[in-house]
Write a protein that binds this ligand. Structure first.
Ligand code: CA
Length: 540
């Protein structure tokens, strides 16, 4: 009997033994604990149930054997998703990315041993939307998260978050018996404002990280001006440079779960602001001091510490003998922010923009023995593809009640084949309520801007059309000469907007329901930030 055949009946018996029989005496959270962990919990309560204990222990041994066997087989591969924050296309030094400032040995080595994408995109041009799309495999507009979950509590986008009705890849891996973990930046709603938003309510057994958009790397004060570092659901002040903690907990999770199939999501803070190297002073909250390190040097240190973490994860997988059974997917959540110096001179726009610089990002797939080393693909791909890809690789069915917008990238990863031609869409909503959209179809790119529109509206539409195969920098607007193509793509955009709006999960707050303007919201946030800074006793 193969391990897969044995696992189902054992799981059923364990459900009886652990939940129905022992549950009143032990604390076991249904549907959130791996069978092996259920065993550990069952053992903790075994003195009260000696017969049950022997029975359950025997089952534990059997189940552990199954888990080990399953972990060693390639039908239950480990999955590691690494997403960095605000690193533009020219983040890694290896071609085609080409960081002109320094060598990124960790990312480059991962790329040399794997496949790098030249035409990979984040589904959003800022943090929260890309994260909502990544975790659900659907355009983030469907989750009702179109903009940054804003740190200022009165901002129209501040009370939103990932609601429990969404289905994340972590939930599906958890239900399939994987150990699931997340380390780093969440930014899909403040659980302090709504507990439903917590990552552990979205399929992650394990969480070490922060809720807000960014934290001070030294004292971990969030951009909502509260301390923001958590072990699971417990706020936990902890010393350490954020990137080092993320690296440390990622490695610990891998070590701890090396005998189980696991799915780990590492969401790096680097190179998002505040700009701080490991030895720089606090920039926000209690103990704040001016940074003396020049910005370029601090940024270099930030990126190279993250790059070291990428290498440590790769090394750990090799050291533990898991390389032939582990897929690592590495990419960025949007284009470069103005200070990160990772933007490509070949691309127009940066973070927040629907031009290529806002969403064309570096991406690497690594799985020795399964993915050919040192390859580059020019196939079009997007962060929405991650969920269908890793579900397919792990043999886990996608949700039955909803359509995933992404595609399984397996043909590109494992067979050097192309995906069917498809149309991709971007819809951006800025912190001040300004919208912009983009459509990609083959080499064509449609841009829709709304200059001076009322906040949150699609007024004042201006359309542009580019051919990326001839004009990657989006410099030559072809809209006047190609009315037919423009009209076709505009219709596609309108249909996509109507579809995603019709299916969007309702969320609290919106620009069209408030009388506040973008400028007023920005001014109010600045006043809030200054008041918070002045309130810290250390600064008085
Ligand atoms: Ca970001």
């Amino acid at each position: 009997m193969v391990a897969g055949d044995l696992r189902a009946p054992i799981t059923l018996i364990l459900k009886w033994a652990c939940r129905d029989h022992l549950r009143p005496k032990i604390k076991v959270k249904p549907n959130s604990i791996h069978p092996s962990r259920r065993c550990r919990d069952a053992e903790a309560g075994s003195s009260r149930f000696p017969i049950a204990s022997v029975f359950v222990s025997s089952l534990c041994i059997l189940a552990s054997l199954c888990s080990i066997s399953l972990a060693a087989s390639t039908d239950r591969p480990n999955i590691i998703v690494i997403m960095v924050d605000d690193m533009g296309f020219a983040g890694p030094s290896i071609a085609p990315y080409g960081n002109p400032h320094y060598e990124t040995l960790g990312m480059d080595q991962l790329a040399r041993e794997g496949l790098r994408f030249s035409d990979f995109h984040s589904s959003g041009s800022v943090c929260s939307p890309t994260r909502a799309g990544l975790l659900t495999g659907r355009y983030q507009q469907r989750t009702g998260i179109e903009a940054v979950i804003h740190p200022y509590p009165e901002h129209p986008e501040s009370q939103k978050g990932l609601l429990e009705t969404e289905v994340t890849f972590a939930e599906l891996f958890q239900e399939a018996g994987y150990a699931t973990g997340m380390v780093g930046k969440w930014h899909l709603g403040y659980p302090e404002r709504n507990p439903e938003f917590h990552p552990q309510n979205h399929g992650f057994d394990y969480f070490r990280g922060y809720h807000s958009g960014n934290i001070d790397y030294i004292n971990h004060w969030g951009d909502h001006y509260e301390h923001d570092w958590w072990h699971g659901r417990t706020e936990t002040p902890e010393e350490g440079y954020t990137t080092h903690l993320i690296n440390q907990y990622a490695l610990e999770f891998i070590e701890k779960n090396q005998d189980l199939p696991f799915c780990l999501y590492i969401a790096h803070e680097s190179p998002h602001a505040p700009i701080q190297g490991p030895n720089d002073p606090i920039q926000r909250g209690p103990g704040m001091k001016e940074r003396q390190t020049p910005l370029e040097e601090a940024m270099k240190q930030m990126i190279l510490e993250m790059d070291t973490g990428v290498d440590q994860v790769r090394n750990k997988i090799i050291e533990l003998g898991l390389a032939d059974n582990t897929l690592i997917m590495f990419f960025s959540d949007n284009g470069d922010a103005s200070q990160t110096a990772t933007g490509s001179p070949n691309l127009r726009g940066r973070k927040g923009s629907v031009y290529e610089g806002g969403h064309r990002v570096p991406a690497i797939a690594w799985w020795p023995g399964k993915i050919e080393p040192n390859q580059q693909t020019d196939e079009l791909a997007i962060t929405l593809d991650i969920m269908p890809t890793i579900l397919s690789i792990a043999g886990i069915d996608p949700p039955e009640d909803r359509h995933l917008d992404g595609l399984d990238l397996s043909p590109i990863l494992f067979a050097g084949r192309s995906l069917p031609r498809r149309t991709l869409y971007w819809g951006s909503l800025s912190n001040n309520g300004n919208r912009s959209e983009a459509v990609r179809e083959g080499p064509w790119k449609l841009i829709a801007l709304h200059p001076n529109a009322n906040e949150g509206t699609y007024e004042n539409e201006v359309l542009e059309l580019y051919r990326l195969d001839r004009d990657l920098g989006e410099k030559k607007d072809l809209s006047a000469k190609n009315r037919k193509q423009l009209s076709k793509m505009k219709k596609q955009l309108d249909a996509w907007l109507a579809d995603t709006q019709a299916t969007a999960t309702p969320q609290p707050g919106s620009w069209t329901e408030t009388t506040i303007t973008g400028k007023e919201a920005s001014d109010a946030f600045n006043r809030f930030r200054e008041a918070r800074q002045e309130s810290y006793p250390q600064n008085k």
